[in-house]
Design a protein around this ligand. Structure first.
Ligand code: F6P
Length: 574
């Protein structure tokens, strides 16, 4: 592939803007005056109103952040100086803002409605038309599987789907599948295999009946080591098991079995065919969809089968509602812009390095893992989109856990530790499984925790309040909560396909805003390449002396240890 041309549009150094200097002064003023959310709330009855927004049908409350009207105005001034609105429009229009790969960034085209066909022609392609064409193929296939019309080679309906992929070809589908568990068709189960650790494949497949199993191999490139290895292992497992069961005997049967039990999702149709999967069983997407931005493309095929076409359409509507908001809301009223800018405020002025995401929804238990790739693969960069070095810290370390489990694990550090950790709290008014404990609605108990935590983090507990409880003086400091820990509350009606789509789009755009401030290409991922290359070079060193001698001393010593352990393990087995 030829190298892309040097970009002509240079990023502006954010640290050299007037707004940055003003933000720096403003930060010092706040520090000197003392940040007090208690006072801010007491002095300004309209604070909640000023910092609460409706995005799609999500209610987003930013009032418990370290933000005043001045902060907000300066952050928007920064966005104006950096022309973020213009960059946003360029992204939606399909300009090649992914400079190091010379690609458009058009995940927003994946969820544009049918009526938009003909309105987005990029690089000669009618993107919306192509998306809808592929969606319709997938919908037809998914319906056949759901209705039991698509069968395994021995004529039995599919009950289990094994989806093989990694990174963006796995994290999104897994997270959404878990989130939408209440909507999964009875009798259908999806098992996601990602790790090259053979234990992952074993655990997900050993109890399955191959006759009723459909394997989806999901890989944008169809070259990823883990996915291709697992795909071959799955093929061997499936054919061996079918043979043992007497379901297939001849070579032709094998080909028929692959045709019934394997489908692929990829942009690399040639390699898919070489693997033995026909074009009819291949669902495509485009190089303008980044892996971590692809769950709403064919990569979501397992979700479509599990939850149905209607749910998938609602999922897309959720994304689109947030896209529309982000695109058309003026900068100074745009909550998503402000959320991205606030993250910059904490990272670059307060020195925050991590960001917690705390869904008060058990079904969102994989949301933090999903966001880790979206945010960290996108914005973990030290080079700007034109190859020059960044001028300030970039990226945030995203992590989290579904509430209230986190409360009994790491919240201590957020409340009283020395690190400033902005946290996003996510919850829904309704639950899929309303349950009473006597007179107590358990969902309300759950939400009370959500509200209590954000309150404690914002307002803390003073020494006088601790003393008033009769605490001995020496223990008072240990029981004081400083408060002023920033949180954002994101509240939805209920967790469903629409709201999951909204949440994903919300974070996609937050990532975009942050990356735009830092001047980085949030859509490439060169940082994962070196490890991949080295792993390929190390593989032969396990059994080839020449290859071993070319390794560094540390690798050689670890391999020597490995061999001694392996012989020991074999001895034990005998
Ligand atoms: O981890 C690197 C990466 O390239 C991700 O960006 C991507 O989501 C993942 O690998 C899987 O890639 P593919 O879908 O091509 O198998």
């Amino acid at each position: 592939m030829p190298f892309p041309p040097e970009p002509t549009v240079r990023p502006t150094d954010p640290t050299q803007t007037n707004a940055w200097k003003k933000l720096s002064d403003h930060y010092n003023t706040l520090k000197t005056a003392g940040i007090s959310m208690r006072d801010w709330f007491a002095q300004d009855p309209s604070r909640v109103q000023e910092f609460t927004f409706t995005v799609g049908d999500l209610h987003i409350d930013l009032s418990k952040n370290i933000i005043t009207s001045t902060t907000k105005n300066l952050l928007f001034e920064l966005a104006r100086e950096l022309h973020i609105d213009e960059r946003k429009k360029a992204m939606f229009a399909g300009e090649h803002i992914n400079t190091t790969e010379d690609r458009a960034v058009l995940h927003t085209a994946l969820r544009r409605p049918m009526e938009d066909e003909g309105k987005l022609i990029v690089d000669g392609q009618d993107c919306v038309k192509d998306v809808r064409y592929e969606l319709n193929r997938m919908y037809a296939f998914a319906e056949r599987v759901r209705l039991g019309q698509w069968t395994g080679v021995s004529g039995k309906a599919i009950t289990d789907i094994v989806s093989i992929g990694i990174g963006g070809s796995d994290l999104g589908p897994v997270m959404v599948y878990e989130a939408l568990k209440p909507y999964v068709q009875e009798g259908l189960r999806v098992h996601y295999v990602s790790n090259i650790d053979p234990c992952d494949m074993y655990e997900k497949t050993h109890s399955l009946n191959p006759e009723t199993t459909l394997v989806i191999v999901v890989s944008k490139t169809f070259t990823t080591l883990e996915t291709m290895t697992n795909a071959r292992v799955a093929r061997t497992w499936l054919l061996d098991a079918l043979r043992k069961q007497g379901a297939i005997t001849t070579k032709d049967d094998e080909a028929r079995a692959i045709a019934h039990h394997f489908v692929a999702v990829s942009t690399n149709l040639e390699l898919v065919q070489q693997f033995g999967i026909s074009p009819d069983c291949t669902f495509g997407f485009w190089n303008w969809v980044g892996g971590r931005y692809s769950v709403d493309s064919a990569v979501g095929l397992s979700l479509m089968i599990a939850c149905g076409v209607q749910a998938f359409e609602e999922f897309l509507h959720g994304f689109h509602a947030v896209d529309e908001y982000f695109y058309s809301t003026p900068l100074e009223e745009n909550a998503i812009m402000l959320m991205g800018l606030l993250n910059v405020w904490y990272t670059n002025f307060f020195g925050a390095s991590s960001h917690a995401v705390l869904p008060y929804s058990q079904y969102l238990h994989r949301f933090a893992a999903y966001l880790q790739q979206l945010t960290m693969e996108s914005n973990g960069k030290s080079t700007r989109w034109d190859g020059t070095p960044v001028t300030c810290n970039t990226g945030e370390i995203f992590w989290g856990e579904a509430g209230t489990n986190g409360q009994h694990a790491f919240y201590q550090l957020i409340h009283q530790g020395t690190h400033l950790i902005p946290a996003d709290f996510i919850a829904f008014a309704n639950t899929a499984h309303a349950t009473q404990d006597g007179n107590q609605d358990i969902h309300e108990l759950f939400l009370a925790n959500f509200l209590a935590q954000t309150k404690a983090l914002a307002f803390g507990k003073t020494a006088d309040e601790v003393r008033a409880e009769g605490t001995p003086e020496w223990m008072v400091p240990a029981r004081v909560f400083s408060g002023n820990k920033p949180t954002t509350s994101i509240f939805g009606k209920e967790l469903n396909a629409f709201s999951v789509g909204e949440l994903i789009a919300l974070y996609e755009h937050i990532v975009f805003v942050e990356g735009s401030v830092w001047g980085i290409d949030s859509f490439d991922q060169w940082g994962v390449e070196l490890g991949k290359q080295l792993a390929k070079q190390i593989v032969p060193a396990f059994h080839d002396k020449d290859a071993l001698s070319k390794q560094d001393a540390s690798t050689q010593s670890l391999l020597a240890f490995y061999h001694s352990c392996r012989s020991y393990a074999h001895t034990m087995q005998k």
